[in-house]
Design a protein around this ligand. Structure first.
Ligand code: ADE
Ligand code: ZN
Length: 349
């Protein structure tokens, strides 16, 4: 499948925002994949970028993950990870992202013989100059693959100890159904003892029980997706009471067929229920759009007015982990002030 070029973004999509649900490996655009493959002497099983794009027709989460992991073969050196992150940050900045909390999947690289240090050092190089170069502040979150063992997750946490000055938290991703969060109780406890923040994917394809486990067993501070939370009113009450933010990814939900069309997205009902919702891009190279594109798409499909868009942008900074120091709190206050002062432009909307 090839996709029509996206329309230029109007001001409603460019409001200052934080991106809180973004897999850096999911920002690997076909052009960069081919460039890195050539540099590393790897032959991809696709003739060209157009042929690769035709593979982006997913039946479900697993069919996406199969391609997502396969394409990571081109990421070998620190330079590759740096190029990947730098390209994302440039695109994110152009779509109004002012702060990004970026996931990466260590086990998907160490399993291929790429050392954790290579990944972290490469990403860190791009992140270290992101504020200056792109005007985007950043944090890094290390995700465990939930379809791997708890022992492997614990080994990964252990291996990350030399890099914890660069890693703010832990997450949990990959195939959800059949891989409940409870398997990772000990590793999340250990992460908490190391001062790491906790998030987890839950309720993407899985039912609300997966979200309950992320809250009660792992003690997460944010839920990644949580799309199916409305199915359980008690869960909604809990998420509202504890102000647990949800990092929703509308274009991802359509591409992975958890919803049929964006018009069916429960975002408005979730906001009306009092949930702290944010809008994010997940794996933008695969799902057709970056953060601003997601604001645009959901804004159009659900006819969100400017105040709803402002609330989503505000929530993104409130839900961020920009609370580690007085300096960060000041930065967050500055970003929130930018959101309040943002003037939508009727000419472009
Ligand atoms: N890894 C990358 N993207 C993911 C998603 N949408 N769900 C679970 N794991 C992922
Ligand atoms: Zn995700």
């Amino acid at each position: 499948m090839s996709h029509a070029p996206l329309a230029p973004l109007g001001s409603h999509a460019l409001i200052p925002k934080a991106e809180l649900h973004l897999h850096i490996e999911g920002t690997l655009e076909p052009e960069l994949a081919f460039e890195l493959a050539a540099r590393n002497g790897i032959t991809l099983p696709y003739a060209d970028t157009e042929a690769l794009r035709t593979a982006y027709l997913f039946a479900d989460l697993q069919s996406f993950l199969d391609l997502y992991y396969a394409l990571m073969a081109v990421l070998i050196t620190e330079d590759d990870f740096e190029a990947l992150a730098d390209a994302y940050l440039a695109r994110a900045a152009a779509q109004g992202v002012r702060h990004a909390e970026i996931f990466f999947d260590p086990q998907a690289h160490t399993a291929r013989g790429v050392a954790l240090g290579t990944v972290v050092e490469g990403l860190s190089r791009a992140l270290a100059r992101s504020q200056e170069r792109h005007g985007v502040t950043t944090k890094l979150i290390m995700c465990f693959l939930r379809d791997q063992s708890a022992e492997s997750a614990m080994e990964t946490l252990e291996a990350a100890k030399p890099y914890l000055d660069r890693i703010v938290g832990v997450g949990l991703d990959s195939a959800e159904v059949g891989n409940p969060a409870s398997k990772f109780r000990e590793v999340y406890e250990a992460a908490g003892e190391l001062g790491l923040r906790k998030v987890a994917h839950a309720g993407e394809e899985g039912d609300p029980g997966y979200v309950w486990e992320a809250l009660d067993v792992l003690g997460v501070e944010r839920v990644d997706h949580g799309l199916r939370s409305l199915e359980d009113p008690e869960l909604v009450a809990r998420l509202v009471r504890d102000r647990i933010p949800l990092t929703l990814c509308p274009m991802s939900n359509v591409r992975l067929r958890t919803i049929d069309v964006l018009e069916d997205h429960p975002l408005v009902a979730m906001m009306d229920a009092g949930l702290v919702c944010t809008v994010n891009s997940d794996d933008p190279a695969y799902f057709g759009g970056y953060a601003g594109d997601n604001f645009h798409a959901v804004g159009e499909a659900l006819a969100l007015d400017h105040e709803r868009l402002r609330e989503l942008a505000r929530n993104s900074f409130v839900a961020s982990f920009l609370d580690g120091s007085a300096e960060e709190e000041e930065l967050r206050a500055r970003y929130l002030a930018e959101v309040e002062a943002y003037a939508f432009d009727a000419a472009t909307d």
